[in-house]
Design a protein around this ligand. Structure first.
Ligand code: 3H9
Length: 662
């Protein structure tokens, strides 16, 4: 099937793009579109054109894969200029996700009609880019600079209803209507009217007919603050601003220049890397030909912080949930926790009030494991203790069928050993959710040694339905994420004993792009959990390994972090930022002296290099041991679970780049 076809019916030409999976504007699509427009231009009987797409979406953007290769003519901006140059009304029939270059193509048409469920946007900033085919020029001319900036600089799509309200589209057709039929009816209505002027060939600048009432300096400052080191959002705002006063041809040239510079820059390469890594990370050869088992009801053991979060994620994904707790009071509290999570989804507009009631009705609770009988997957999220989890596994296995998958949410316990404790260990897997489980995108899917491909395929498909980024990992203490976290935490502690201070390390990390430094994060999570873990591990710790006891000293003084007002830092109240504490400084210096360490100064570059190198060294070990399938999987985990700045691409991406530029 050619990527672009044209059908002539009466006085209409219907162009259909068919380039699965997302109808990207690949080179084949661009060149065939230009040919199609030339053919139509020759046909004097045509008095309107419909541009539509086959499959589940209108064009969802440029083909990201082509950005790594030399650009080939015709370029998308030229295709859109060719659209605009035709003196016949062109109607874009929009459905699915009209994104990036797709929205730019639609803006090159004279009219836009959309199916009601269509979403439209400019996600380029998420790839470290700005629109490069006229988006910053045509969108402000159509919907005004304020709305255009909110689309372009935030990267979030809007609904068809909002698009209609903003004037981005001309008509909405109900989702169950035939979009093409609606577009033909629309075309027949407008074909006899004078063709509206194209957006980018008008000589007037935007400011001459749509003055923007924007405080640019504060907008740029706010955008930079939100972007935390990512450059594209700021360049997006500046480019729209600069283009407002320029004639269209100069504005298009200016936009293109900015786009190309970003496309060839480090940040966009990193963001494209992570975009593709996230799409590919769960594709395993072993599950390729397996049809996952259909799941309708999920069992959750435990209604605490994690259990309730997981239950909420399952409800939001459309599953029925059976929650098991040890007594009625714990069950009521679990129910209350889920209800609170759903309330917050309601407040954020993710669900409607009626959906809230429907979802809560899909949650049943019991203290009796027998109610798990109809479940296809049971996830335990109880206290992190091997004996407790083993008992829970035994109770689950005693009631469910031998093909029900049993999953543990443990963050570090040996799931292989848990699997061996039940019959049919091939149905045991780890599902390591991150808190809050209904919000965090990352899910480590821990493949036990005995798990069969059916279990794995079903777990991955379940994760996808939950909207998670599932990263398969092998069994080890801490899996991928916590293991790397533990390695870089140690590195930070060494630096503290050697001469750095917590506030310096945290400042280096936030300047690098982490939302929070390690020590502020530990204070937020509470220091006592890792203290207990260290106490548990004391007996098996290698005495030859360097051990930093500062965190233990803090806990011994009751400094458990933010909730006690003191930890590595001082907190004046629940919301105040961390403040360095002279007592902690003294404690650190005393400890260095006690160990005979001569403290020396550290600068930000050395701190960051040490942290990233520690991550990379542990990442290499994880790869060698087969815990992560690919280096990309490590990047996906660190970015989605541990705040590693997305625009840096992840520690392993940085390592590859360092090696290639050495
Ligand atoms: C741009 O347009 C720049 C222009 O301004 C200027 C140009 C000059 N390219 O996510 P899914 C693949 S920048 C190539 O699982 P969904 C993806 O890898 C671009 N491939 O489906 C996957 O492959 P596979 C602006 C792409 O239904 C398959 O499509 N546009 C691209 O959950 C299905 O993807 C964007 O940034 C791409 N652009 O979600 C849109 N996009 O089947 C980015 C996807 O082998 N894409 N693939 O695993 C998305 O947001 C989602 O993919 C979308 C579909 C919402 C479209």
């Amino acid at each position: 099937m050619p990527a672009v076809t044209v059908e002539f019916t009466e006085n209409l030409a219907i162009i259909t793009i068919d380039n699965p999976p997302i109808n990207a504007t690949s080179h084949a699509v661009r060149s065939r579109l230009v040919d199609a427009l030339a053919d139509i231009g020759q046909n004097s009987a045509v008095n309107a054109i419909i541009l539509s797409c086959h499959g589940k979406t209108f064009i969802a953007g440029a083909d990201i894969g082509e950005f790594n290769q030399p650009a080939r003519d015709p370029l998308l901006p030229d295709v859109i200029l060719a659209l605009e140059a035709l003196p016949i009304p062109i109607i874009a029939a929009l459905h699915g996700t009209v994104l990036g270059g797709g929205l730019e193509v639609a803006l090159g048409c004279h009219y836009r009609i959309a199916s009601a469920t269509t979403r439209l946007g400019f996600p380029e900033v998420n790839l470290g880019l700005i629109p490069g085919a006229g988006g910053t020029v045509r969108a402000p001319r159509l919907i005004g600079a304020e709305n255009a900036i909110s689309l372009i600089a935030n990267g979030k799509p809007i609904s068809a209803a909002t698009a209609l309200d903003w004037g981005l589209i001309d008509e909405i057709t109900p989702a169950d209507n035939d979009l093409l039929a609606a577009a033909i009816a629309f075309a027949n209505r407008v074909s006899s009217l004078p063709c509206p002027p194209a957006l980018a060939t008008a000589t007037a600048t935007v400011t001459s007919h749509r003055p923007a009432n924007i405080d640019w300096e504060s907008l740029i400052a706010q955008t930079a603050q939100r972007a935390r080191g990512a450059v594209a959002p700021v360049i997006a705002v500046k480019t729209v601003r600069e283009n407002l006063g320029l004639p269209a041809d100069q504005a298009l040239a200016h936009e293109r220049q900015q786009f190309v510079a970003l496309r060839d820059g480090e940040q966009s390469r990193a963001l494209r890397h992570i975009f593709m890594a996230e799409k590919n990370v769960a594709k395993l050869p072993v599950t390729r030909d397996i049809t996952p088992t259909d799941l309708a009801t999920i069992g959750i053991i435990g209604g605490g912080l994690m259990g309730a979060g997981i239950a909420t994620a399952c409800l939001l994904a459309g599953y029925d949930v059976v929650m098991i707790e040890r007594d009625e009071a714990a069950l009521a509290s679990g129910h209350e926790n889920v209800s609170r999570h759903l309330q917050s989804s309601l407040k954020r507009g993710i669900i409607s009030p009626s959906r809230f009631d429907q979802l809560l009705a899909k949650l049943t609770g019991s203290t009796d494991y027998a109610t798990l009988a109809p479940t296809g997957l049971v996830i335990e999220a109880v206290f992190e203790d091997f004996a407790v989890k083993k008992d829970v596994f035994a109770s689950i296995a005693a009631t469910v069928g031998s093909d029900t998958i049993i999953a543990s949410n443990t963050s570090y316990l040996d799931i292989n050993a848990l699997a061996c404790s039940v019959s049919s260990p091939e149905r045991v897997i780890g599902l390591h959710f991150f808190s809050p489980a209904h919000i965090m995108k990352l899910l480590e899917v821990v493949c036990t040694d005995g798990a069969n491909p059916q279990t794995l395929a079903t777990a991955l498909s379940f994760a996808r339905k939950l909207g998670k980024i599932a990263v398969p990992t092998g069994v080890c203490d801490g899996f991928i994420g916590n293991r790397i976290m533990s390695a870089y935490r140690k590195q930070c502690e060494y630096m503290i004993e050697d001469g750095a201070y917590p506030e310096q390390i945290d400042a280096a990390m936030t300047d690098f792009g982490f939302p929070m430094g390690l020590f502020a994060m530990q204070d937020m999570a509470g220091l006592e959990i890792s203290w207990k873990t260290r106490q548990r591990q004391a007996a098996t710790r290698d005495p030859a390994e360097r051990y930093v006891a500062l965190g233990d000293y803090l806990c011994e003084q009751g400094r458990f972090g933010r909730k006690t007002g003191r930890g590595w830092f001082i907190y004046d109240d629940a919301k105040s930022p961390p403040r360095p504490d002279p007592d902690v400084t003294r404690l650190i210096e005393q400890e260095s002296a006690r160990k005979g360490i001569k403290r020396r100064p550290f600068d930000q570059t050395e701190i960051i290099n040490a942290i990233i190198s520690a991550m990379q060294r542990e990442g290499d070990k994880i790869l060698q041991e087969g815990i992560a399938q690919t280096a990309d999987a490590i990047d996906v985990v660190m970015i989605n679970g541990y705040g590693f700045p997305r625009f840096r691409g992840g520690p392993m991406f940085m390592k590859r780049n360092q090696a290639s530029s050495a």
